[in-house]
Design a protein around this ligand. Sequence first.
Ligand code: MN
Length: 726
Amino acid sequence: MIRLNQVLDNIRTYHPSADLDTVRRAYEFAAEAHAGQTRRSGDPYVTHPLSVAGIITELKLDVPSVCAGLLHDAVEDTSATVEELTDQFGNEVAFLVDGVTKLGKLPYASREDRQAENFRKMLLAMARDIRVVLLKLCDRLDNMRTLAHLPDEKQERIATETLQIYAPLAHRLGIQWIKTELEDLSFKYLYREEYDALKREVAKTRKERMRYIHDVERLILKEMNRASIRCRVTGRAKHLWSIRQKMKRTERPFSEIHDAIGFRIVTGSKKACYEALGVAHSAWKPIPGRFKDYIALPKPNMYRSLHSAVIGPRGQRIEIQIRTEEMHLIAEQGIAAHWKYKEGKPGVADSDDEKFAWLRQLMEAQNDLKDPTEFIESVKIDLFDGDEVYVFTPRGEVKALPKGACPIDFAYTIHSKVGDHCSGARVNGMIVPLRYQLRNGDTIEIITSPHQKPNKDWLKLIRTSRARTKIRYWLRREERERALALGKDLIEKALRKHSVSYSRALKSGALSRAAAELKCHGIDELTAQIGYGRLMPAQVVELVVPDNKRKKNGAESAEEDGKNPIKQILRKVTQRKTNSGIKVQGQEDILVRHARCCSPLPGDPIVGFITRGRGVTVHRRGCPKSLDLDPERRIEVEWGDKAHVEHQVAIKVLCANKPGLLANLSQSFSDSGVNITQAHCRATDDGRAINTFHANVRDLEQLKAVMRSLIRIKDVYRVDRVVAEA
Ligand code: MN
């Protein structure tokens, strides 16, 4: 059991001038806060935070980290508060403790691999400061070391979580020794018998192996010395979990796992590494396909080494790793090697760029930073603010969603039916609006209602393409259903006017033939096309009702109605009839609205949209607003011959602010035969004037003529057609 003095001594070795008083105070605070509490082992509770602090000093972390290690359970398990810690130990320590406490509260339930990866990302994202994750790893390591005292099912749960979450996290952060210890401890509690058996087997051959390791170490060293390479050589047995994994992978017993022993050659320089490799390969026969150069091509967690395997002394296969001291430190300590206390000295890597490149890569961050201090700041603040948020389902599954995602996005990740009927959500137990933006660690529960369905506004809230696709699909289907109902209605009515029943036309096959004739795939498509207004019921009548039966003398308006679905839609809404001068699919005399956003004029290229309840709205082609409209409602329109209606347009004229100029401007209008209906004139500070004229014009030609004559006037700088009115 570690003592406070040991922790303080550890700190002195790497940080001689550290403020040890604060560490002592933190210990006293923790001892007092946890007073009376014991661990399951019967030890006073404070032995746990003290051990965690000890592990933290092995990672050579700074004083705030050590203090936070001592205090890490104080907020969660005692009456102490974050405010108190801030008061006594400052913001940094309180922030770290708070971070560890929050991570401890995340429920982890799933056993799926994909889930585990998301959960690890969530831990990183929530921690914000890498030291919080390191503290959490140290905490977990001590918990695993003392796991024997917990009940069986707790052991299994914690060991599973360790193997799935924390060991890979340690690996990802490059802290090899924590990773291997966590793996072996998990192995022990998860597969007890297998673990014991393998341990016994490894122990059986221990003596022999130790001698062998010793011999080979000496041999390698001799070869290296002969080539004047200065290095140290260590041999070690692989850790049990990695032997076990290898046995599983290769389906071989332990006795056939030959490279269970590895030798490490640690040299003084990169050059010496390659030289040592050459020496090893000339002394012993290399095994083909086993050489890997992780110095030239580092692993994503910045692990660097040369790997090879050779037929070594006594004909045994051995694994060799060759690296420099610095590479060794990074291989063992990983990210912590960069985090350790530095007294004005740069860290261990060759250059800052190289040193921090790996972390950037590691965290998939885009930061382009060169200065280490700036980098450390950004690790604290930004590095883990990725593009994703991680949230829980009520069952504890983790879902990754893009930043800014709302409960609707979440609902669609569960099932499209949940999404389609999502009427609200509870986040961490509280009802939130659908526009709520999900945050890391939220637990989301979707409220559904059979009456709820997707609507267009949802498209503005959602961030995932899955939700977008599903909502669009729903909206289109709904639109189609309406078109089908309307289309059937229109066909029925049109046929009835000629005393033909719909069902008879259907049964006789006349409708199918009509559909084929009109190039529709089946009656449904024909019906939908009529509903959308792309085909006319009259076209069906023509094909279904024989010439001699067609009633030529029926009431004209009735026939017209049968022929013109659009007008029918409109009649339901309004009796108003205007002459817009626009032909909708060859039909003139249809109620048309000119879109206010772009005020199309005869001559402008135009496009129409069926607007239920308001007829057809005509936009200028390319009008940005029209691009937002549902393409299914789009309808071809053109200017008719009767397009001699007056259209209001607005023209903006920028000119010098001179007397008499306004008169010239209005003269131009009347010369072109155009009436001004309104004018706004405003002088600007720089001696110019902005005049906005509303006028009625016949068509584009006339408008252009006016504009041409306006721009020709002296002291007029600019003439523009006003496209959108606010
Ligand atoms: Mn703890």
